[in-house]
Write a protein that binds this ligand. Structure first.
Ligand SMILES: [Zn+2]
Length: 451
């Protein structure tokens, strides 16, 4: 579709206003997970779609845990695009918010609410795009499939995984899955805006360390109690250096990032594997938590359990480790590496989940990836775009395992100040991001799917 035609088929001002209004209503529905209660969100989407004659289907994976699908049909000559978002949001601690997290308040050019960024806003962009394309009666070559899922914030069992296991037909004919994260960092402080498209993500490999020894009285401790063994094992694990590995897309990410950073800030980013061999560079690079997590499998000690009583030395002490796997690392190798570094046969190392999630990825050269890059360029002229590996997890992992190419895409321009509010306090999105984001996202769909 040409730029001129695209500009004329949709009333962009009206779509922008509608996007803001729809998100306001969606944010006012409390879908905090747990319990989720996503069906109220699904019913809302269902009503909005029905007003424009788009049929949808809602199925509950458990009481209240609604998942919704709706499809705009193309001629089937090319593969469909699944636009998926999660309806659930994380808990909002009202004591630390200055506004009602479910009040739908607009103040100083921002719409506030839990889910404003993660990720009801993206879901509403998907919805707005479908509505605009339906109203304009634009013939499509690809199906557009709107998918709203439950439970992403608590592991996806009642959402994306449920769809993959029980409603695979909802994905029929699809080639791509598009979802949250990625986006544009503003140029402030650098030479150009920096855009990212998520192509892969790390996966969780929860580990358990269990130390065992004789129980006894707290008044007469000895060196090899179960808690003492566990503490020494953990100390050795924390001291150990997991080898660093630079994946090709991580290298590309840092090379592009280095190209927009001012002055010396990006020095060494063009050949990261080499630069990480220098002690000074390595120390500075790894001091940034997110960067450090992009180049290695990580181990976070999160749960510790010992005795129920202070004067009882327990026969068992347990630590759960939130281990996150870098693509290419093998769970068996990780477990034996951990056994090796803790070097104590009386501390058992086990996988909490016997069938671990293996990281997957989608190539950064598909027609969709290219269209996403062009869209970011329209949203922020001069933007430098790089593929990104998330250190967290999203539902795209599930849909890649169903054979789709899955990407995280966002047309929002957000700085650190806004990102800090995700899962934090006073989460919000600017009205400008909503208006321009709805246009950018819809134009991208027209580029890719219009016949
Ligand atoms: Zn999310």
């Amino acid at each position: 579709m040409t730029d001129v035609l695209r500009a004329s088929v949709v009333n962009w001002d009206a779509l922008g206003r509608e996007t803001i209004d729809l998100l306001r209503q969606y944010l006012m529905l409390d879908t905090t997970n747990p319990p989720g209660n996503e069906t109220v969100g699904a019913r809302f989407l269902e009503e909005v779609l029905a007003r424009d004659g788009i049929a949808s289907e809602t199925v509950e994976s458990a009481p209240g845990r609604g998942n919704l699908v709706a499809r705009l049909r193309g001629d089937g000559s090319e593969g469909g695009i699944v636009l998926h978002h999660h309806i659930d949001v994380v808990y909002a601690d009202r004591r630390y918010w200055t506004v009602d997290p479910f009040g739908g308040l607009i103040r100083d050019g921002f719409l506030y609410g839990r889910g404003a960024l993660d990720m009801k806003s993206t879901g509403i962009l998907h919805l707005a795009g479908m509505l605009a394309i339906k109203r304009a009666k634009i013939p499509l070559k690809r199906d557009l499939i709107l998918l709203a899922t439950a439970d992403e914030e608590a592991g996806s069992q009642f959402g994306a995984q449920f769809v993959a296991d029980r409603h695979r037909d909802w994905l029929a004919g699809a080639e791509y899955a598009l979802s949250e994260l990625g986006g544009i960092y503003p140029a402030s402080g650098s030479t150009a805006p920096f855009g990212t498209i998520v192509t892969s993500e790390k996966t969780g490999l929860p580990l358990r360390l269990t130390a065992r020894s004789e129980p006894g009285h707290g008044s007469m401790p000895w060196p090899d109690t179960a808690p003492n063994r566990l503490i020494r094992a953990l100390a050795r694990l924390l001291e150990a250096e997991r080898p660093l590995r630079v994946l090709p897309e991580v290298q590309e990410y840092f090379a592009k990032l280095g190209s927009v950073l001012p002055g010396e800030a990006g020095r060494g980013y063009d050949d990261l594997a080499h630069s990480l061999g220098e002690a000074g560079f390595r120390r500075a690079f790894l001091a940034k938590r997110q960067q450090a997590a992009m180049v290695r499998t990580t181990f976070a000690v999160t749960v510790l359990k010992g005795s129920e009583k202070r004067n009882v030395i327990p026969p068992e002490a347990v630590a759960d480790i939130d281990c996150r796997l870098l693509r290419g690392d093998d769970p068996e190798e990780i477990v034996s590496w951990v056994r090796g570094v803790i070097a104590d046969e009386r501390v058992e190392v086990s996988l909490i989940n016997p069938s671990p999630k293996i990281p997957n990825s989608s190539p950064p050269d598909t027609p969709l990836y290219k269209a996403l890059g062009l869209a970011l360029g329209r949203r922020a002229p001069g933007v430098v775009v790089a593929p990104d590996i998330l250190v967290g997890f999203t539902d795209n992992w599930v849909f890649r395992n169903c054979g789709l190419h899955g990407y995280g895409f966002s047309p929002f321009i957000l700085g650190d100040e806004e990102w800090r509010r995700v899962h934090g306090n006073d989460e919000r999105i600017s009205l400008e991001n909503l208006r321009e984001g709805a246009r950018c996202h819809t134009e991208m769909l027209l580029d890719l799917a219009a016949a």
